[in-house]
Design a protein around this ligand. Structure first.
Ligand SMILES: [Zn+2]
Length: 278
């Protein structure tokens, strides 16, 4: 049904908060400039919530993409979002859906007293850094332009992480049973190769374009071949620049809980992992 003709449409969900993203949209020209100062965030629908609880959808990243599409329709290509922007947007969606307070049950490490603590999402949102453009890496007459890691590549990394865990678990099981050490070593080798390949992929994904004096190269295959054939020092410099645009303050999601019973202070860090969403 067309929402315009539905007399109930005025009761549909509306934006609950407005946010700015850490990169200010610098690396996403496809986002409409006029909304960047106030990106409207709508609460999740029941369907969004269900999809955020489906482990398979979460793992392949589809759930995250679909929730952004649903709650922030002004973002045209969620897959292209920089990872740090996506982190903030997920928190904002959480805020829009459940309110600004998250309660956390914490057990004092000193006296084991349990208590619930309130965390104000506003405080976390305020702590996000501003991500600026970095100068291109220069190599001879080339300029190599860097972007922060994108959500898509991070989702792939998360998947590899899960795979690693699975392999480790199976190795543990195997260790208790019959399988020989060669098979074990083989499994490790495969998984480590996958992970280092992912790291190189991540670096390649962080190259926006390479400019020669005559042309601009964005073709991924050309860039991959280039990366495989330049001196290691160039790769190291690119790596440093990538770190500059992917910085996330360590204390972004670190909270101090003071125990009511013994006044002991615990510092607790939360992953901004949307998987622990509700
Ligand atoms: Zn205590």
């Amino acid at each position: 049904m067309n929402t315009k003709s539905n007399p109930l449409s005025k009761y549909f969900r509306k934006p609950a908060i407005y946010v700015q993203i850490p990169t200010g949209g610098r690396f996403n020209p496809e986002i409409d400039k006029t909304i960047l100062d106030e990106i409207p965030i709508m609460p999740m629908t029941a369907i969004d919530e269900i999809s955020m609880q489906n482990p398979d959808e979460l793992l392949n990243g589809e759930a995250l993409i679909n929730v952004i599409k649903s709650c922030i329709p002004t973002i045209p290509e969620p897959r292209n979002l920089c990872n740090i922007d996506a982190d903030l947007l997920f928190l904002a969606i959480k805020y829009a859906t459940y309110g600004k307070t998250v309660t956390h049950l914490h057990t004092c490490t000193e006296c084991k007293e349990q208590a619930e603590y309130n965390i104000d999402i506003n405080n976390v949102l305020d702590k996000f850094p501003e991500i600026h453009e970095v100068d291109p890496v220069e190599h001879e007459d080339l300029k190599i332009f860097i972007t922060p890691p994108r959500m898509e590549s991070m989702t792939r990394l998360a998947l590899i992480d899960v795979e690693q865990q699975r392999i480790l678990q199976s190795v543990q099981k195997v260790a208790e049973s019959e399988i020989n050490e060669i098979e074990l070593a083989k499994q490790f080798a495969i998984s480590f190769r996958k992970v280092s390949k992912q790291n190189i992929d991540l670096l390649i994904n962080s190259i926006d374009r390479v400019e020669t004096p005559d042309e601009v190269i964005t073709d991924e295959d050309a860039i991959i071949e280039f990366m495989n054939n330049v001196p290691a020092t160039v790769i190291a410099t690119i790596n440093e620049r990538v770190l500059l645009v992917s910085k996330k303050p360590k204390d972004l999601t670190t909270f101090e809980f003071v125990c009511e019973a013994c006044e002991h202070k615990d510092k607790v860090n939360f992953e901004l992992n949307p998987v622990n969403f509700s």
